[in-house]
Write a protein that binds this ligand. Structure first.
Ligand SMILES: O=C(O)CCC(=O)C(=O)O
Length: 349
């Protein structure tokens, strides 16, 4: 089993052929995944809405509803070439499946710093007693303009082979497209609240973007584990693509709802700062990832966040949330852990 800086990579546990999950990955009974289907007395299972962004006559109405009821939705006809989504999935998967563990560990993230760029496995650094997620990840921190030859450090910018250079081009184009789409969506979401298109973006300011590729190896006991614990994202807006395996769930009215993978669509997740700015009219979506015994699963989440020094407060009166410096919010998230939406709850007036 490969260990770097105290971090075991889940993929190496699986490669060791374990048939039971090590105890540190076993969730307590109350957070284990369950199928909701048996609890229902009818067959109706809600699914997050699919919004066609080319449908200009209805898009605001649909966004308003989706943001109020779900805080998360698929978008189609989003303007990002589907080939680019496929390429991004391909280059991301290739890192996990075509590199040796030694090659991957040469890109290891800093195990002592939360959310540092590179290859890792643990979302939270501080709390050693937390149950671990059944997930490895590769985190790209994107600094604009991309690619920045002068980027000071970080695995994405180490000397690279020609193949990696091609892959980097894919990530660069993907990053630009996601940035533009995130800005467009925040504009439409602002308009859906009857405000100018720049209302939310004006408070967020310049985007800081992170692209996290999550890789969930097959799990011998999926009923005991989570790929990623329940959380809401701490930034402004997240754009996620996944492969066709499926495993993302969003919480709605106290139930976990499976998000069907739609390969041409992009899944939009409202994050905490948007909940604060909209004064709770639109809520950030609590979500998690479940595992399965047969197939590795891949997702690519692109986070769009304010600068750490930015103070975020509601753009509507009377305010229902305390203003918060974004950097303080992130530190608290990483030190106390997400535990659903407890960091948001602490800001409610
Ligand atoms: O893998 C997924 O579908 C969820 C990923 C996610 O929630 C995250 O990276 O924060």
């Amino acid at each position: 089993m490969e260990v770097a800086g105290n971090q075991i990579r889940v993929q190496s546990i699986v490669q060791d052929g374990k048939v039971v999950v090590p105890p540190q990955y076993v969730q307590p009974p109350e957070t284990r995944p369950q199928r909701n289907v048996e609890k229902r007395n009818n067959n109706y299972i809600p699914t997050p809405p699919v919004i066609d962004l080319s449908n200009v006559n209805f898009v605001h109405e649909q966004l308003e509803r989706a943001c109020q009821e779900w805080g998360a939705f698929h978008v189609i006809n989003h303007g990002v070439p589907v080939e680019l989504l496929d390429e991004m999935r391909r280059v991301s998967r290739s890192f996990f499946e075509n590199c040796s563990m030694d090659q991957k560990l040469s890109y290891a993230c800093d195990p002592n710093s939360p959310a540092s760029e590179g290859y890792g496995s643990r979302m939270l650094v501080a709390s050693n007693d937390n149950v671990l997620d059944w997930r490895d990840y590769y985190d790209h921190t994107i600094l604009y303009p991309f690619p920045a030859e002068t980027h000071p450090s970080g695995p994405t910018f180490r000397p690279i082979t020609v193949k990696e250079l091609l892959d980097r081009k894919v990530v660069a184009e993907y990053s630009d497209r996601m940035n533009a789409l995130a800005e467009k969506l925040l504009g439409l979401i602002s308009e859906s609240l009857g405000r100018s298109s720049s209302c939310i973006k004006d408070v967020v300011g310049e985007f800081y973007q992170n692209i996290t590729v999550s890789y969930y190896p097959p799990c011998p006991q999926p009923e005991l584990t989570l790929g990623l614990q329940s959380h809401s994202d701490f930034g402004a807006i997240t754009l996620l693509i996944q492969d066709d395996v499926g495993g993302l769930e969003v919480s709605k009215d106290g139930e976990w709802i499976f998000v069907n993978p739609l390969c041409d669509a992009i899944f939009v997740i409202l994050a905490d700062q948007t909940e604060i700015i909209t004064n709770g009219q639109y809520k950030s979506a609590q979500h998690r990832a479940i595992t399965n015994a047969k197939h590795a699963r891949l997702s690519v989440a692109t986070f769009h966040d304010p600068a750490k020094t930015k103070t975020i407060s509601p753009a509507f009166d009377p305010p229902k949330y305390r203003p918060v410096m974004y950097g303080d919010y992130v530190s608290s998230w990483y030190t106390t852990g997400p535990e659903g939406k407890r960091n948001m709850d602490a800001l409610v007036l």
